[in-house]
Ligand binder design. Structure first.
Ligand code: BDR
Ligand code: CA
Length: 306
């Protein structure tokens, strides 16, 4: 079976680092390009982190730097969750600078998509600024995209605002452009991210799983996406889990819009589970995940890394 070609758009980020490892060491995925966007920390830091991770993983995947700020919203990072550098807790090797392309992420995505003989799957595990710019600048790429499998949004409550999830709330206008793009979308948001938990006994097991496991363990000690003792949230690995193991998820096809002007709800994904809005579905939304199976899947996936 040929590997599924994907582009990952990311902002490492501790949970991003694990999602990247699982995708890069998977026998079923072919990571053709990694693009970066300001999110968990600044664009400079997330790009350096990506290049450090690739050196650590020993993987030669090209990287392109994308948007330094959201389209309209003021940029607010998540260093309170991931630490000042975005990957606090581990001493990584130097960044593998030669993997950094001279082109902007949007141009690198366009080229990679248009050159690919098979349709590409986009996997954004960060805010959607780069993807919105890609569709605005080069709508022709939509013809060679299989689907978007994203981590972002929520059909219930938020983790950034009362009703908004971080990746969507960071750039709501970009998210709305992506949901309106007409490209098939799978949304793995907080409804599954909050249940994709790694418990202390899992972390202890993961620690013994080679160099990636040891690195994960040390970063888990510093990660504030949940708590080490009661469960750490592996948000971004949900998108990768959906690609590799969709049977873990319960999925509903429906309309998703993004609230842009709500006085208290800007950046909220309005997931119309009951059809109030009478609009055509534009997304498949993961509304539940089997937490036990996810844990097993996650540990098994980490054990396959170096
Ligand atoms: C998302 O926000 C970021 O902090 C994580 O990396 C993840 O992509 C979860 O809301
Ligand atoms: Ca992320």
């Amino acid at each position: 079976m040929s590997k599924r070609p994907i582009i990952i758009d990311t902002d490492p980020g501790i949970d991003d680092a694990l999602a990247l490892a699982i995708a890069l060491f998977s026998e079923e995925l072919d990571v053709r390009l990694i693009t970066t966007v300001a999110g968990n920390v600044s664009l400079e830091n997330v790009t350096l982190n990506t290049l450090r991770l690739l050196n650590f993983y020993g993987k030669d995947v090209p990287v392109a730097k994308g948007a330094a700020e959201p389209l309209l919203a003021e940029f607010v990072d998540a260093s309170n969750i991931h630490g000042k550098t975005g990957m606090e807790g581990y001493d990584f090797p130097e960044p593998q600078e030669e993997l950094l392309l001279p082109e902007h992420a949007v141009n690198a995505m366009r080229r990679t998509i248009m050159e690919s003989p098979e349709p590409i799957t986009l996997v954004p595990i960060a805010t959607l600024t780069n993807i919105a710019l890609l569709f605005a600048m080069y709508p022709e790429v939509k013809g060679n995209i299989r689907e978007i499998v994203m981590m972002g949004g929520s059909a219930s409550r938020g983790n950034k605002g009362v009703m908004s999830e971080f990746n969507i709330a960071t750039d709501p206008e970009a998210a709305q452009m992506v949901f309106q793009s007409g490209v098939p979308i799978v949304m793995a948001g907080l409804d599954v991210g909050l249940k994709a938990l790694v418990y202390p006994e899992d972390s202890e097991e993961i620690r013994t799983m080679g160099k990636v496991g040891d690195m994960a363990y040390h970063m888990f000690k510093r990660y504030r996406g949940g708590s080490f003792n009661t469960g750490l949230k592996m948000y971004d690995s949900c998108a990768i889990a959906y690609l590799l193991c969709p049977e873990l998820f319960e999925v509903v096809e429906t309309y998703v819009g993004v609230e842009l002007r709500g006085a208290m709800t800007a950046g909220c994904t309005v997931v119309d589970l009951r059809g109030y809005l009478h609009r055509e579905p534009n997304a498949r939304v993961c509304i539940d995940v089997d937490g036990e199976k996810f844990r097993r899947w996650f540990k098994n996936a980490v054990s396959k890394c170096i």
